[in-house]
Design a protein around this ligand. Structure first.
Ligand code: 5GP
Length: 228
């Protein structure tokens, strides 16, 4: 009997601030039951609407450095304004082994570290429809000062240069289409030849079913032989 591997996928999603990664991921989580989002840790301050443990685990710089020293992070990077961002190791392996797909929404530096460590991960880059639109989205979001918006815009240009290191690119023009594209990528990845394995039959009913099929096949062959 053939079956797709039971293990979950590790899906890494990156893209510039304002590309809409967060919205896509939230929509995916609503639509797909078998999906778990890893909550990152950061030393940046929470924005007005952000909650500890939901959007990020907000810690001080010192606490973050302790986590690094205790080897509790799968990857980490310094992203905007000397702020640490990192992926806690806890739970990721456990979820994947249980067959749950895990999403990491991280920056390019983190994604490259994951690529070195876990080669079979899937890397998806989210692009805005244009740089003009990206700038508009960053300004409309109004969560940052003008100086920080310009810095994020500059980082966006640098990040887009690394897009080719990813397996897939999704342009977020319309959120519904972008979500459907990511869902299709996940489905296609589950059909990859290297995920298919032959598994042993593990229930009496399955054994019985298989042996009946074998019998039917033998009988047919026998009938054909007789006709000859
Ligand atoms: P923001 O400050 O807008 O929430 O996030 C800034 C950037 O940090 C985004 O590009 C986001 O993908 C990235 N980021 C969030 N969490 C992590 C993480 O755990 N590791 C790394 N390397 N980057 C992260």
């Amino acid at each position: 009997m053939f079956k797709s591997k039971e293990k979950g996928l590790l899906i890494v999603i990156s893209g510039p601030s304002g590309a809409g990664k967060g919205t896509i991921v939230n929509e995916l989580l609503k639509q797909e039951e078998n999906l778990w989002l890893s909550i990152s840790m950061t030393s940046r301050l929470p924005r007005e609407n952000e909650k500890n443990g939901k959007d990020y685990y907000f810690v001080t710089k010192q606490e973050f450095e302790e986590k690094i020293n205790q080897n509790e992070l799968l990857e980490y990077a310094i992203v905007h304004h000397n702020m640490y961002y990192g992926t806690p190791k806890a739970h990721i392996e456990e979820k994947i082994n249980k067959g749950i797909d895990v999403i990491l929404e991280i920056d390019i530096q983190g994604a490259l570290k994951i690529k070195e460590k876990i080669k079979e991960s899937i890397f998806i880059f989210i692009l805005p429809p244009s740089m003009e639109e990206l700038k508009k989205r960053l300004i409309n979001r109004a969560t940052e000062s003008e100086e920080k918006i310009m810095e994020r815009f500059q980082t966006a240009y640098n990040e887009i240069n690394h897009m080719t290191k990813y397996n897939y690119v999704v342009i977020n023009d319309h959120i519904k289409d972008a979500v459907n594209k990511v869902k299709s990528i996940i489905s296609a990845e589950k059909c990859r030849v290297d995920r298919i394995e032959e598994v042993y039959l593990n229930s009496k009913a399955e054994h019985l079913h298989e042996s009946l099929i074998d019998k039917e096949f033998e009988n047919k062959e026998f009938a054909i032989d007789k006709e000859k």
